[in-house]
Ligand binder design. Structure first.
Ligand code: PLP
Length: 408
């Protein structure tokens, strides 16, 4: 008899975006002529930039010749891309990494979900709350999260990020083995200062805590004082693994490519206290379970680092950040409390009069025909908030804001 992994049965079966879609469809059945604008999607909308497209065409042409054909590539990714990453994403910030510390992935979701395989099932975890659901769900699947009570998992330490603490999470009052951090943050769109991030680095060094740092939105940072990488922080190489993605940076949600940094100095302990480097462990894991990102995707990613690529990617990010600015201005002008949207493509709105997330979502859908994402779907501290994304077109964003002005 094959026994099922019953931890899967504990997963919340209501997937947030499926619930949103269900409610939007129900609305459309009743009001077939209404034009619904979605500011809820977490996917980008602007097409790939010319530099990327050109690199992909070229890579395809190469693949059709005997000399240029590429089959299985190195599991860790091609050296040309890893070197471009080191040279462009890290060296200018004074961070020196070796190519063997970079692992090309097929997007940050896989690696942020898979990385927990490197540590024992009985480690305790901590997350800022609200948060990208992958971190907790991937731990539920292997039985690390405990049981759910009142919307919280018993073995997960939740660090609330709300308007009350200005979205600066407090260090946990008990020690945790692993902390997930995501900055700029999805869903709140807020960022962390170097000083605050150093506090986390110090906490991790002192408590022998491992930090999983998700930097998927670092390309959206506008303020020069905000760190783009946790390795800008002293001591971070000993305690942190960092995840990057080209999905939001350059519209790679359908192309699939990103990378993970596992520094050589980073170690975790065996039960008997022996220190084990995680870099060779992750390499071993990838060689067994991952056969590399496509050559074409890696050439596409490399093109982002050319002068044209950099310029074009920046233009698209500015396009989204213009949306964010417009949304912030309108919502603030309406007397609403909004956060984020200055160094991230997300706006986090506090609902008026503490209305619950789903109720506000439905009222906005039925009265303004605008869709957002209910904040509670990202964790208990998200209750009373909703998320707007800046990934739509200017036209849709402007139209949605006009409707909100009439409605509110
Ligand atoms: C979108 C996103 C990712 C990246 O996903 P990909 O798999 O690279 O497309 C990672 N982390 C967060 C927080 C995200 O929002």
């Amino acid at each position: 008899m094959a026994l099922v992994n019953e931890h899967f049965l504990k997963l919340p079966n209501n997937y947030l975006f499926a619930d949103v879609a269900k409610k939007v469809n129900a609305f459309k059945v009743s009001y077939p002529n209404a034009k619904v604008i979605s500011l809820g999607i977490g996917d980008v909308t602007q097409p790939l930039c010319p530099a990327v497209a050109e690199a992909m065409h070229k890579a395809v042409d190469e693949m059709t010749t005997p000399d240029g054909f590429h089959g299985y590539g190195p599991e860790q990714g091609y050296l040309f891309l890893r070197e471009a990453i080191i040279k462009n994403d890290f060296l200018p910030r004074g961070i020196h990494l070796e190519a063997s510390e970079i692992f090309i992935n097929d997007g940050a979701k896989s690696d942020t979900g898979n990385i927990q395989e490197l540590v024992r099932w009985d480690n305790s975890i901590g997350v800022t709350d609200p948060i990208y659901p992958v971190y907790i769900d991937s731990n539920i699947m292997i039985g690390r999260s405990g049981e759910i009570k009142d919307g919280k998992w018993s073995n997960v330490t939740y660090l609330p990020c709300t308007a009350e603490n200005n979205f600066v999470p407090e260090l946990p009052d008990r020690r945790v083995d692993i902390i997930y951090l995501c900055y700029p943050n999805n869903p709140t769109g807020t960022v962390i200062s170097k000083e605050e991030l150093q506090k986390w680095g110090n906490y991790a060094l002192k408590n022998d805590t491992l930090i999983f740092y998700d930097a998927a939105y670092e390309a959206y940072i506008q303020d020069p004082d905000i760190p783009h990488s946790i390795y800008e922080i002293k001591g971070a190489r000993k305690v942190a693994i960092e995840f990057h993605s080209y999905s939001k940076t350059a519209g790679f949600t359908g192309v699939r490519c990103g990378y993970t940094v596992v520094p050589k100095e980073l170690t975790a302990s065996t039960l008997s206290g022996e220190r084990i480097a995680l870099n060779p462990l992750w390499y071993r894991r990838q060689c067994t379970k991952f056969n590399g990102t496509s050559y074409i995707s890696q050439r596409a990613a490399e093109a982002i680092y050319t002068p044209e690529g950099k310029k074009q990617v920046k233009e698209t990010i500015s396009y989204y950040m213009d949306n964010a600015r417009m949304m912030r201005e309108t919502l603030t002008g309406l007397g609403l409390e909004v956060f984020g949207g200055e160094n991230a493509p997300y706006i986090w709105l506090k609902t008026p009069d503490k209305e619950n997330s789903w109720r506000f979502f439905e009222r906005m859908l039925y009265n303004a025909h605008v869709v957002c994402t209910p904040g509670v779907g990202f964790g208990p501290s998200g209750e009373g908030y909703v998320r707007f994304t800046a990934f739509g077109s200017h036209e849709d964003c402007a139209e949605a804001m006009e409707r909100l002005k009439k409605w509110i």
